[in-house]
Design a protein around this ligand. Structure first.
Ligand SMILES: O=C[C@H](O)[C@H](O)[C@H](O)COP(=O)(O)O
Length: 236
């Protein structure tokens, strides 16, 4: 496994320490979250009693493969904890997400969670969000017009494709990957984009994260949740 892969794994496993018996857990998407699913599956096998709410169709199928019992919002009123990955994380723990196209379900579940823990390797930490193109989920009807509106706001939106076909999200929508460059005020950018007709959601997750577990060179740094006395530590 690469050093980066190992750091993702360590961060993901550190976050599972926070999963306790009886919890409903939001299950994030992406390669880092996959390590979390694997670990949770092993814990469930050892008797941990939890229910997961998956943030994507892929996560749902991986969770089933690992034997994690699942639920959905029709059967549960609360999400005790969500554990999710990110494409960029700034110093205030604002996030840029959606590299895998799961931003809408991720935002619904992460926002509903009592506590959100983000797992990543050090390469995801940035001074300012925006080097990674911002994924914006848009309704397929009239997407060209939505793209023009976003472009007029200073981005270069590109319709996401996969193997030469238009990428379709789990919700049946398109994704525009938009290069805005470094964002001075991601919150106001998100608000502006959200107000445009045809925009379903943006990959900016502002003020939602409670803690980040960051893997680096075989250790895990925990950032955030200043109310806790363990707010800054290294885990071997
Ligand atoms: O849509 C995908 C999600 O936002 C992922 O959590 C994000 O792209 C990070 O994925 P990874 O852990 O593979 O870098």
């Amino acid at each position: 496994m690469s050093v980066k892969g190992n750091d993702k794994k360590l961060a993901a496993e550190a976050a599972t320490d926070y999963v306790k018996d009886g919890m409903t857990v939001g299950l994030g998407s992406g390669s880092t979250a996959e390590w979390m699913l694997k670990r949770l599956g092993a814990l469930v096998k050892d008797g941990l009693n939890i229910k997961g709410i998956p943030t994507s169709v892929k996560t749902e199928s991986l969770a089933r493969k690992h034997g994690i019992p699942l639920t959905d919002f029709s059967k549960t009123a609360t999400v005790d904890l969500a554990i999710d990955g990110a494409d960029e994380i700034d110093g205030q723990l604002n996030l840029l997400k959606g590299g895998g196209g799961s931003l809408v379900r991720e935002k619904i579940i992460d926002a509903a969670a009592e506590k959100l823990i983000i797992i990543a390797d050090q390469s995801k930490m940035v001074q300012q969000l925006g080097s990674f193109p911002l994924p914006i989920e848009v309704v397929p009807f009239g997407w060209e017009m939505t793209k023009k509106q976003i472009a007029a706001y200073g981005a270069e939106p590109k319709l996401r494709k996969e193997e030469n076909r238009v990428f379709v999200s789990d919700n049946g929508n398109y994704i525009l990957d938009c290069s805005f460059g470094k964002m001075v005020n991601p919150e106001s950018l998100h608000d502006t984009l959200k107000s445009m007709a045809g925009v379903v959601e943006t990959g900016l997750f502002i003020g939602m994260t409670d803690q980040a577990m960051i893997g680096q060179n075989g250790k895990v740094e925990m950032i955030g949740d200043t109310k806790k006395d363990d707010w800054w530590y290294w885990r071997e």
